[in-house]
Design a binder for this molecule. Sequence first.
Ligand code: FAD
Length: 327
Amino acid sequence: MANGICVFAENYNGNIEPVVAELVSAAHFIKKTTGEKIQAVVAARDCEQLAAQLEQSGVDEIYAVKTDRDCTFQDDALSQVLAEMIKRIDPASVLVPATPMGRSVFSRVAARLGCGLTADCTELLVDKREDGSFYIKQNKPSFGENVFVTIVTKEGCYPQMMTVRPGVYTPYEAAPDAEVKVEYFDDIVLPESKIEIVEALPASSDTDSILAAEVVVVGGRGAESEENFELLKRFAGKLEAAIGGTRPLADTGMIPFEHQIGQTGFTIRPRICISLGVSGAIQHTEGIKDTKLFVAVNEDENAPIFNVSDYGIIGDMKEVLQRYLEL
Ligand SMILES: Cc1cc2nc3c(=O)[nH]c(=O)nc-3n(C[C@H](O)[C@H](O)[C@H](O)COP(=O)(O)OP(=O)(O)OC[C@H]3O[C@@H](n4cnc5c(N)ncnc54)[C@H](O)[C@@H]3O)c2cc1C
C-alpha cells in the first residue's frame, strides 16, 4: 500500500534549491492529517553532500542515488533513475517544485510510472474518503489562469504527483539534530543520456530579485499611465525596492509575468510593501498577505486594499509620489 509524502530534492551546483524547504512545509501540512513519513529523493554525483543538507531540512527519510557523472539537464537519464526510485519507495504522493527542471524531469517520470501529474499547484489540501483513505486536493489556477480548479488523482492511482509553484509555502524551519533515515540505492545506475550539455549560462530572469527583496513597490491599474509608472519606477529606485504589480499590469506587458503578485502570480514576503493604485482584490492580496509592513495608496477611500494594509494614504498616487520625490 502506497505510503509517504515524497519531495523531490532539486539541486544545483552542490546545493539543495531553496524551494525544497517550501515543499517540506507543504509536506508537513499533509502529514498533520495523514501521519505519513516525509521522504526526500535525490540523485546526483555529489549526493552525500546533498543528503547531509537534507538531514537538516525536516524530512524523515532520504533516498539517494549516487551518479557516476553530473546529470544536471540530462532529464531523460535522470527521470529514469527517479522513476525507479519512486517505484521502490512507493509513496502515496510526490511533491515537485514547479521549476523548469521539476516540470521537465517529472513529466517524464509520470509517463514512466503511468500516473498523472498536476502542474503548478498553489494550494494542497487533504481530505478523507469513506473508506478512511486520504487524498490530496490539488488546487491550481487554470484555463488561462481565469478559474481556480481542484484536481484529485483517480482513486486507487498512486502516486498522486504534483508540481507546486515556488513562493507559495513558507520555507520549513527544521528542528536541529532530528533523526533521519538515509538509504542509498547502489544498484540504480544512471543510463546514457541523449542530451549533450554544450554550455551553461546563468538565467536572465530576475524573478529571484522580487522573491528575495526586502522592499517591494507594487503598482496596480492606478499606476498604468506612462507618467504614473515612471514616477513609480523613480520611487522604487530611491528606496532600492523591487517592482511588482497586479495582473492588469502583467497583462499589458508593463511588468513581466514573473513580477505579477497574487494567486496566479507569485507570493512575496518582503519586510515592507508599498502598493500604489491597487484595489485589493483577494486574488492579488493572497500574494502579499505575509508582508511585515504594508502601506497602500489609493484615491478611493472604500478600496478593499485598506482592509489589509497597516497604513493607508487616501489620495492620487501621482500627487503623493511627486511630493515624496519633491518634484
Ligand atoms: C482566477 C483569477 C486569478 C487572478 N489572479 C490574479 C493575480 O495573481 N494577481 C492579481 O493582481 N490579480 C489577479 N486576478 C485579477 C484580480 O481579480 C483583479 O482584477 C486585479 O488584481 C485588479 O488589479 P488592480 O487592483 O490593479 O486594478 P483595479 O481593480 O482596476 O484597481 C485599480 C485601483 O487603483 C485606484 N486608482 C486609480 N487611479 C489612481 C490614482 N491616480 N491614485 C491612486 N489610486 C488610483 C482605483 O481607485 C482602484 O482601486 C485574478 C483574477 C481571477 C479571476
